[in-house]
Design a protein around this ligand. Structure first.
Ligand code: PMP
Length: 324
């Protein structure tokens, strides 16, 4: 028999796929970590599993327990998948601006979904604060706290970074991705730097996020806006604590969308906008480093999660973005 023990054992060990167009255009080898192939459909399965196993090992999560989290959707889906497989209930708080597909997926997976209006982080109604309050008020519940719980970045130090190192035969020269919680960027950076201290690590911010200015000039200041989901951070989260980067890029939505469309048409890769922004960042990093380098980024989730948004011409028009 050649079988998987359970769905949880299928999280991680994703392929690292060569992106032909971005590589040809830059003379580098640009690789995408195919995180959309995780069971829950995104990179966040790793953080969800890491957070749940950490809570179990601390005795905070007992059989029949409840996990509460605030999320743009993908962490909630990861928690719902792992939670269902391990016998935990999930209560997921999400801003109502996130895609309908992610909301429907969460309901289908049996999560209790709480939608709240989008609000600034300083507002007590922000989805993260709402999820913390629900966790405090619910007996037997834990708060996953993906932004400040470093079990998130530890999952990437322990799995994503060693996978990339092994898959490139230790030949990787540079890595970049965008930040939601920062677990992926900081975890992969720390893990790869432990193997190769002089590796080049770059932040790729969408517009409307504050980290580009933070790394460029020490000031947490946002400019512009983005329709991307799951990325764009305005503060130094616990998972970003202590991270330094060698370069930083700020990618407009139109540039990320252009890569989403090219990867679809030229390589058969159907991805979300954060993946397109990441690939735009990897292309910029390749141009900065020069030809001949091996550069990796993250293909965070599938485009099927955004058929009603970035793949919908009416939605794009309403957002003032050009159709494909
Ligand atoms: N892309 C998407 C689609 C996401 O949902 C997330 C998670 N919020 C990210 C990128 C960013 O990952 P991280 O939280 O590890 O920074």
């Amino acid at each position: 028999m050649d079988t998987a023990r359970d769905i949880i054992s299928l999280i991680g060990n994703t392929p690292l796929v060569t992106l032909k167009g971005p590589s040809a255009e830059t003379g580098c080898t640009i690789l995408g970590k195919a995180e959309f192939l995780n069971p829950g459909g995104s990179v966040k399965d790793r953080a969800a599993l890491g957070i749940i196993e950490d809570a179990e090992s601390r005795g905070l999560l007992k059989p029949g327990g409840i996990i509460v989290e605030g999320t743009a959707g993908n962490t909630g889906i990861g928690l719902a998948v792992v939670g269902a497989a391990r016998g935990y209930k999930t209560i997921i708080v999400m801003p109502e601006t996130q895609s309908r597909e992610k909301q429907d997926t969460l309901r289908a997976l049996g999560a209790e979904l709480v939608l709240v209006p989008a609000a600034p982080y300083a507002n007590p109604g922000h989805y993260v604060h709402t999820s913390r309050r629900i966790a405090e008020e619910t007996p037997g519940a834990i708060w996953a706290n993906q932004f400040d719980n470093v079990a998130n970045r530890l999952a990437h130090i322990r799995t994503t970074a060693p996978e990339i190192w092994r898959q490139t035969g230790g030949r990787i020269d540079g890595f970049t991705c965008a930040v939601g919680t920062g677990g992926t960027l900081a975890g992969v950076a720390l893990g790869l730097r432990a193997e190769r201290p002089d590796i080049t690590i770059a932040l790729t911010d969408p517009e409307g996020a504050a980290l580009y200015n933070y790394f460029a000039c020490g000031e947490l200041r946002a400019e512009g806006s983005s329709v991307s989901e799951g990325i764009g951070q305005s503060r130094i989260t616990g998972n970003l604590d202590g991270l330094s980067v060698d370069a930083q890029f700020r990618v407009p939505d139109a540039e990320g969308l252009n890569w989403v469309r090219r990867l679809n048409a030229e390589e058969g890769l159907c991805l979300g906008l954060s993946s397109g922004i990441n690939v735009a960042g990897a292309v910029r990093l390749a141009r900065l480093m020069g030809p001949g380098h091996i550069i990796a980024t993250i293909l965070c989730d599938s485009g099927l999660r955004y058929l009603s948004t970035i793949y919908n011409p009416d939605w794009l028009a309403a957002k003032g973005l050009a159709p494909a």
